[in-house]
Design a protein around this ligand. Sequence first.
Ligand code: FES
Length: 569
Amino acid sequence: MSGLRSGRWLDGDSLRAFGHRSRLRQLGYSPPDYKGKPVIAIISTRSDINPCHMHFAERVEDVKRGVWQAGGFPLEMPAMSLAEAFQRPTSMLYRNLLSMEVEELLRSYPVDGAVLMGGCDKTTPGLVMGATSAGLPSVFLPAGPMLRGNACGKVLASGTSVWKMWADRRAGLVDDGEMEAVEHGVARSAGQCMTMGTASTMTAAVEALGLALPGSSSVPAVDSRHAQMAAEAGRRAVGAVREGLVPGMILTEAAFDNAVRVVAALGGSTNSVVHLVAMARRAGVGLDLARFDRLCRDVPALADVAPSGEFLMEDFFYAGGLRALMARISGLLDTSAITITGRTLGEEIEGAQVYDERVIRPLGDPLWPGGSLAVLHGTLAPDGAVVKQTAASPELLVHRGPAVVFSDYKDMERRIDDESLEVTPGSVLVLQQAGPVGGPGMPEWGQLPLPKKLLRAGVRDMVRISDARMSGTSFGTCVLHVAPESAVGGPLALVQEGDTVSLDVPARRLDLDVAPEELSRRRRAWAPAPPYFARGWGKLYATTVRQANEGCDLDFLEYGPGTPEPAVH
Ligand code: FES
C-alpha cells in the first residue's frame, strides 16, 4: 500500500480496486502514471458562461505540468462556475452549494490533495470553505485580474466606472455612443474584475491566510507569470500532500486576523466580512463582527485602488503587489503564521518592495487612517451592520434623516424615479426584504440608485440602509448587512416612512429613533412574507441559512468534525 489516501481506492487485490484501476486504464493511464503518487484534483470553476475564468482551460494544463513534474498524478474535476455577471438573483445564493460540491468531490474520489481554481467573487470562498471542510492539502490558484478597461481615451474600472456612468446617464449626461464604447472596452481580457472589488479582495485575503502562493493573487490573468505560477501551484500541491500540510494547520486564528488586517489595508470589499466569517467558522475559528471591527481600526488603507482610490489591479501588481503591501504593514501582522509553502508569512514577504508609492501608499500618507471597513450596532442593527468608510462621503458618516422606505426591490424600482416621491438629499433610503432569506441570497442591491430628480440636481450620494450586500466595485454611503434581516423580523422590518434614522460611524452606531412602545406595536402587526422557494436547493438554503453577521453559511455546514471517508463495500 502506498500510504496515500488514494491508495485506499487504487491499491490491493480487491474487486473494487481492480474496478478503479481498470477504469483508469480506460482513461488511458497505467500504473506508472499514478502508482504511489499523490493524486491531485484540479478543481476548476471554468464554464462557457464565466468570462473571468475563460483562461482556466489553459491554466489547468499548466497546473497538470507542475503536478507531473513534482511526481503527482493530476485529474481535472470541474465544479460549478458561479459567474457573478450572469447569475440571478445572485451568485451568493450558490456559494454554499459550491462549497458542498467541493467537499463532496474531495471526499468521495481517490484524491490526496487539490488545486482550487477560482477568483470570480463567490468561487473563492466557496472553494476554500469546501476544501477546509474536506481537510485535504489544498492550494488556491487565483484567476488574477483582467487588464485595465479602456474606451474613448479613458481608463475604465470594472463596475466602478459603470456605476458612475449609469448615474450620469440617468441624469441625462451620457449618450448612446459613449454607452456602446464602454460596453466594448470595459472588460478586455480573461480575468476577474480589476478593481479592488470582491474578487480581488477575496483572492488577496486567501493569499494572506496562507492558502495561495505568495504574490499569486496580484498577477494579471493574461501575464505569462500567471501560467508559471499555475505550474508552481501544481508542484506545491504535491509537496503539501507529502508534508501533510492540511488547511487546518494554516487556517488558524492568527491567519484570519492577518487576512482581516490585509483586507483593511487594501480598502477591500464589504463582502469580505461575510465570507471571512463563514470561512473562519469552517476552520473552527470564532471570528465575529466585533473582532473584525477591532482588527480594522488601526490599519491604514494603503492601496490606492478603485473603488476607494484611483488605480487598478494591474497597477497594484506593477507597484509590487500583495507581498509588498503585506511587507509594509508587517508590524500589524502575525508573521509567524504558516503558509501553504511550509514557510512562514514573514519569510515569504521578506524583502518585498513597493515600486510605486502612488499605488501602495506609505504608512505615513494613507488613503484612510484606519477602519476602512466599520461595523455598526444599535437599535436598527442589534446584531450588526457594515459600512465601507473609504467608499462613503465623509460628510455623511454622521447623519440623521427621515426614512424613505421601500418594502422590497420591486417597490424600489417602481417608486424611486417617481417625481412625487417625497425625498431630499438629507433623506435616508431604506430597502427591506433584501437579506439572506429575503433577497433571497442577499443580493448586491445595497447601493440603491438615487432618485432621478436628485441626480439631475447634482446629488451623487445619500445614506442608504439595507440588509443587502453591495458590489465590491461600488461606492457610496451604504450601510449594509443589517442583522437580523427584515425577512426574519429584524428592526429593519419595522421602519416606516418618515422615521428618523441616526447614523454615527465614528461611534459605530446605527439607530432608529422610534419609541420602544411604538416598535412593539409594529412588531405585533408584522408578519413574514411567504417563503420564496417551494422546493430544491432554494428551500434547503432558506430554511438553514445563517444571518449576515454569522457568515450566511448553512447551519449544518459550520463547525464540527469532518465527514468520515466513504467506506469500501
Ligand atoms: Fe467575475 Fe467580477 S464578474 S470577478
